[in-house]
Design a protein around this ligand. Structure first.
Ligand SMILES: Cc1cc2nc3c(=O)[nH]c(=O)nc-3n(C[C@H](O)[C@H](O)[C@H](O)COP(=O)(O)O)c2cc1C
Length: 218
């Protein structure tokens, strides 16, 4: 039978964090390693196995600067304690804001920005199923990319802030009107040795048996 090192796999899955303050802005990124990570990510599931995705890897400092400027503008306009409210109290919220602020300030210096795109657009009144297919058709691959980057020594963060000005970034990057950007991932080598698991609500609090509200049976 196919066997995995469950402990090591669970460690990867439970300790791959959103990396902002620990992005190493000075270390170079080996694009062949990023390409390997992307190759792993492309094994992810997608709606009807369409694999209707494109990935833009931005390393040109001038282009990074333009895109980062748009992210910063969106962040300054939209990020507020309520928009990023962490579920676990004031301290956690302060830490999160300090971290998101930092990222917004240094984004232009992050050596690699990845923009995952879907070859489709949602109609304004699109039903949930279509939205689920569009965004859900690529987010598993995005997360796989983050995991595969982590095992290669790279930190990343899935961000969506710049989508408030998606069209401006599309114009800079030459992305066609028929395509949707779903996020922006800063990618860099991470500083420090490793990461820990984060606090999460217990499974019993967020899961039900058979019907909404029914406690989970063991
Ligand atoms: C759909 C989505 C959108 C996000 N957008 C942003 C963003 O715009 N900026 C940012 O700094 N982090 C963003 N994040 C990262 C979350 O803040 C982060 O996952 C959360 O705080 C939990 O931290 P952890 O990933 O380290 O466990 C986003 C995450 C997801 C899943």
């Amino acid at each position: 039978m196919d066997s995995f090192d469950v402990g090591e796999t669970d460690r990867l899955l439970t300790t791959t964090r959103t990396v902002r303050r620990r992005l190493d802005l000075t270390a170079p990124v080996d694009l062949s390693e990023v390409r390997d990570a992307l190759r792993v990510a492309l094994q992810a599931p997608s709606n009807s196995n369409r694999q209707a995705w494109r990935w833009i890897l931005i390393t040109d400092p001038d282009v990074r600067g333009q895109v980062a400027g748009i992210y910063r503008r969106a962040y300054d306009e939209l990020a507020s304690p309520t928009s990023v409210a962490a579920p676990s109290g004031e301290d956690a919220l302060d830490r999160l804001l300090a971290s998101t602020d930092h990222l917004a300030r240094v984004l232009d210096q992050v050596p690699l920005l990845v923009i995952p795109c879907v070859l489709d657009r949602l109609a304004p009144d699109a039903p949930t199923r279509k939205a689920a297919n569009l965004f859900g058709g690529i987010y598993p691959a995005v997360w796989s990319l983050q995991l595969a980057l982590r095992t290669r020594g790279y930190g990343s963060a899935l961000t969506t802030m710049h989508l408030a000005y998606e069209a401006e970034v599309a114009a800079i990057l030459g992305i066609p009107d028929s395509v949707t950007q779903v996020g922006l991932l800063p990618v860099a080598r991470f500083t420090g040795d490793t990461f820990g698991a984060a606090e999460r609500a217990p499974v019993e609090e967020v899961s039900f048996s058979d019907r909404w509200g029914e406690p989970l049976r063991s």
